[in-house]
Design a protein. Structure first.
Length: 289
């Protein structure tokens, strides 16, 4: 018994130390980015590792919030994230609820068709021609409409709907409710954990999207923040324009890191409000009794 107790204690200590080390490994890159955005050029090059600045410098953040391109791209990203998340959740919920019914005519065919999209796609050239023929190029909708439904999210939401008692539908239909009334007035109020979880998934996906902007948008006024950040890191064009606008020399690496922080913090701030639903929502939709 004493040996088992010691073995268990050793395991607990090793387990705690492992996860502490893992947490440090995961947190340090973000911490390093934050500290780099708050130091001067001289301090950055004089210290190989900056855990805490000697002097806090906020010039990089001042440059960002006085750069009209970055501010405008931030608002574009916010619009895309809000509208896109609502749109994707509506499409996903309606599709999942419809295909969760066994008596749906052709339901098996459509369920198979959705799953096929997880493994195969038409290729980038046909996709580009489709977007062009739909006249979505150089519009904000090209970053919203094509991302309507994630097949994996649909599968989990559909599994959750199938776990709900069929007596709910039957009782509502006896009272004269149609399928839309049942979905929006009965099913969705019972699905808060799943809805919150996948709203977070879609929100992060829209917030971080830049690929569609690279392919289909040439108008600078429609570029999202992540695309502007990508261009900044690759070519320094935004940093140079900011420096000229401010009329002084800026720490270019600090401006980059400050932009990363500005692009990351808003979506991180949303997570605590949905955290209590996160694990519960994934488990409810992923387990079938």
């Amino acid at each position: 018994m004493r040996w088992k107790f010691r073995a268990g204690s050793i395991f607990d200590v090793c387990n705690i130390l492992f996860f502490i080390l893992l947490s440090i490994i995961m947190i340090y890159p973000l911490w390093s980015v934050l500290m780099t955005s708050l130091v001067s050029n001289a301090e950055f090059f004089s210290r190989p590792v900056i855990l805490w600045p000697r002097h806090f410098v906020f010039e990089s953040y001042k440059a960002i919030f006085q750069d009209q391109l970055l501010i405008h791209s931030l608002f574009v990203t916010i619009i895309i994230t809000i509208v896109g998340t609502l749109y994707s959740m509506l499409m996903t919920v309606m599709l999942a609820y419809g295909l969760s019914k066994d008596n749906l005519m052709g339901g098996k065919f459509f369920r198979t068709l959705v799953i096929v999209t997880m493994y195969f796609n038409g290729g980038i050239v046909p996709y580009y021609l489709l977007i062009k023929n739909l006249h979505l190029r150089d519009t904000i909708w090209v970053m919203i409409l094509p991302m309507a439904i994630n097949a994996w999210n649909y599968l989990v939401v559909r599994t959750f709907f199938r776990q709900l008692p069929e007596s709910l539908d039957e009782a509502a239909k006896i009272d004269g409710a149609n399928d839309l009334h049942i979905l929006f007035r009965i099913i969705l109020p019972l699905s808060a954990p799943v809805l919150a979880t996948f709203s977070l998934f879609y929100g992060i996906e829209y917030w971080n999207s830049w690929w569609f902007a690279l392919l289909f948008i040439s108008d600078n006024s429609l570029h999202p923040l992540q695309y502007v950040l990508r261009e900044m890191v690759i070519s320094n064009s935004s940093v140079q324009s900011t420096t000229i606008m401010m009329g002084r020399n800026l720490f270019e690496e600090g401006v980059k890191m400050a932009t990363v922080i500005v692009a990351t913090v808003p979506i991180i701030c949303v997570y605590p409000f949905l955290q209590k639903y996160f694990t519960k929502g994934v488990i409810l939709g992923a387990i079938k009794e």
